[in-house]
Design a protein around this ligand. Sequence first.
Ligand SMILES: Cc1cc2nc3c(=O)[nH]c(=O)nc-3n(C[C@H](O)[C@H](O)[C@H](O)COP(=O)(O)O)c2cc1C
Length: 211
Amino acid sequence: MALELAGLRKDYGLRALSREDLADDPLLQLKAWLTQAHAAGVREANAMTLATVGANGRPSSRIVLIKGIDSGLVWYTSYHSRKAVELAIHPFACLQFHWIDEERQVRIEGQVEKTSAAESDAYFASRPRPSQIGAWASPQSQVIASRRVLEQAEIALNLRYPNEVPRPPDWGGFRLIPDVFEFWQGRASRLHDRLVYRRAEGGWKIERLAP
Ligand SMILES: Cc1cc2nc3c(=O)[nH]c(=O)nc-3n(C[C@H](O)[C@H](O)[C@H](O)COP(=O)(O)O)c2cc1C
């Protein structure tokens, strides 16, 4: 049976969102929503879409896992991946969470910087060994001849590093320092709640947007 895309729709009505519900600090608000999504059983609640812009002005996006929230939002990747090459040229990005069963999305914009080598080392050391080997084995975003290239690299790297696996020099973290957050809660009749934080003098300005 053909999928009738035009007829697929769902009305939302779990919750409402108003200014009084929001923390003054959007990083705390994000932590609260992430915690709620995880507690509600959303799978990979820490998965977020990362959008970057290439030198030619074309946007690209992919999913990464958030690994920390402090002054910004932290994720880890290969520094020679497409995303990293794009961030080196244009260090601004947009992140987005969508927790479908919570009827919520969050959009975050800001400037991106690399995490320190010490931070990347500490996170890399906490990863399971197969992920550590995988980071070495994959020339992320490069064209490879076949899957065999990866499998042979994995075997060779397990021999090269029988004990501790050091962090590859071209693998590490990025931190997005946010200046805009939008918290979105689905409502009935497509009249959703959208509240935006914008960094302002000494704090954050919060406004409501039309859905
Ligand atoms: C659920 C999920 C989590 C992912 N987490 C990461 C991650 O934390 N870091 C990463 O480099 N890639 C992650 N990926 C793979 C990326 O989406 C992407 O394919 C890869 O980073 C290459 O992207 P690029 O060529 O645009 O740089 C994840 C993919 C999925 C579906």
